[in-house]
Design a protein around this ligand. Structure first.
Ligand code: HEC
Length: 430
């Protein structure tokens, strides 16, 4: 019953999270487009009002004319009714943190901890996950404040932040289950994005507004800081969305060197975003879009794709390892090894047979998918149910390699191959 309510919390939080994230990212994309598409106003009237840039747009049957004032309008005081954008960001973080809690922190034993990666207590994993979220922000913020002052400040900060992300990716991938590690990296960066809005961008804007309303010259530092953080948020967006979606794809987040794949795809995302940001300006200036960044991003993606390609199990099941000998020789061999060997041996006899496939499922899946424990409503302890879920079993265990979760039951590549052969042969159960 508990898990029923948790699943509901999961569903509702996820729904809200996706909606708020769309609102936030949509607003962010829109303002990046706006900022990069502005042209100098051509009418004397606008120039007289102090307008620095304008954009004409058509949308939904109407024409929109946006004007940007770098400081403030000269022709009138700022209106009381000023639209602010921050709830999109805060609510994305709040729902995201709720989802992380319901899904990963409440189930830390299964989702956060993978004993093959790092064997530690769920409570230690939870404490460390929360520390990572906080620490990433503290270090990132310190880098922005201390390194951003010199002539190439933005560049130096950019490189430092990239190195911070690489270091953190390495750490989380060596501590948490792969799936959680990728998500944690996204959550760390997303926390920094919201903290940028909460601690710097919005307070800076409030100070500028107060100074303007008091008839004072606004302090330029707020604008400069706000811009720096806002640019970081722009380049974090695609990497963060990738990290959030990655948990459906076991072939990416599992296994050694998963942190390299994580960095590779995130870097590709930032490069691709750069081409799109530049494209707006290129349109206005009539120059060429620097697609080379996106191109390099795609090359990196291809590199990750090739690097993560599952190696076909050598000689497949055709030459079973010496396991049966070991099992019989020691007599005390763990039953897992014994029946795995039996499964493989049976597959050799009749490739694609249901008996050999079922031996694998009994050994590697039923523990978490039976009449009492039905993760995601999947029960695999009866032939008819295996048949019913054949496509999902194939997808989760063979294609995506998401299952067994964190490979808790130690499935081998040969055994995945046994499932594949059974599925390819028509997934019959007799
Ligand atoms: C250690 C426990 C555990 C083991 C072992 C395990 N699973 Fe799962 N399985 C889960 C959990 C937990 C979920 C729900 C994951 C989620 O919420 O994303 C799940 C979900 C699934 C799903 C549904 C996936 C979806 O997103 O729709 C399928 C199908 C599945 N498992 C098949 C298998 C197969 C096949 C095996 C054996 C090769 C297996 N599982 C072994 C825990 C396990």
């Amino acid at each position: 019953m508990d898990s029923y309510f948790l699943d509901w919390a999961n569903l509702l939080l996820r729904w809200a999270h996706v909606v708020t994230a769309i609102a936030w990212i949509g607003a962010s994309f829109h303002f990046v487009l706006l900022d990069n598409s502005l042209t100098r106003p051509d009418s004397d009237e606008l120039k007289g009002k102090g307008v620095d840039g304008e954009l004409w747009a058509v949308h939904g049957g109407g024409f929109y004319h946006s004007n940007k004032y770098m400081v403030a309008p000269r022709w009138r005081p700022l209106p009381e009714n000023l639209h602010w954008s921050y709830w999109e960001s805060y609510s994305t973080w709040l729902t995201g943190f709720g989802l992380l809690t319901v899904l990963y922190l409440f189930n830390a034993g299964s989702f956060l901890v993978d004993r093959n990666v790092h064997a530690w207590a769920p409570s230690a994993a939870i404490a460390s996950a929360l520390t990572f979220l906080l620490l990433f922000w503290i270090v990132y913020d310190a880098l922005c404040r201390t390194l951003g002052r010199g002539p190439n400040g933005d560049m130096v900060v950019g490189v430092a932040v990239f190195l911070l992300v690489v270091t953190c990716a390495w750490c989380v991938c060596h501590l948490f289950a792969g799936r959680a590690a990728f998500l944690m990296m996204g959550a760390m960066m997303a926390t920094a994005m919201t903290a940028n809005v909460f601690f710097w961008i919005i307070p800076g804007q409030r100070k500028v507004l107060a100074q303007l309303r008091a008839g004072q010259e606004p302090d330029r530092i707020h604008g400069i800081r706000g811009k720096q953080r806002s640019v970081h948020n722009t380049y974090f967006t695609l990497p963060v969305i990738f990290a959030m979606l990655s948990n459906h794809y076991g072939f990416l987040y599992q296994g050694a060197d998963n942190w390299v794949a994580l960095i590779g795809v995130m870097l590709a995302g930032a490069l691709i975003r750069h081409s799109f940001v530049s494209r707006h300006r290129a349109h206005v200036l009539g120059t060429r879009t620097p697609w080379e960044h996106a191109f390099i991003g795609v090359v990196i993606l291809m590199g990750v794709l090739i690097g993560r390609m599952p190696r076909p199990p050598e000689a497949s099941a055709a030459v079973p390892p010496a396991a049966p000998v070991a099992a019989t020789a020691t007599g005390a061999a763990p039953s897992a090894a014994g029946s795995a060997a039996a499964g493989v041996a049976a597959a050799v006899a009749t490739p694609g047979s249901f008996a050999s496939m079922k031996a694998v499922v009994d050994q590697r899946c039923v523990l978490c998918h039976n009449a009492q424990v039905q993760n995601k409503g999947i029960e695999l302890d009866r032939p008819d149910l295996i048949k019913q879920h054949a496509q999902e079993v194939f997808q989760q265990a063979v294609l995506l390699r998401n299952m067994p979760l964190n490979n808790a039951t130690g499935i081998t590549d040969q055994e995945r191959e046994v499932i594949r052969q059974w599925y390819d042969a028509g997934a019959a159960i007799d």
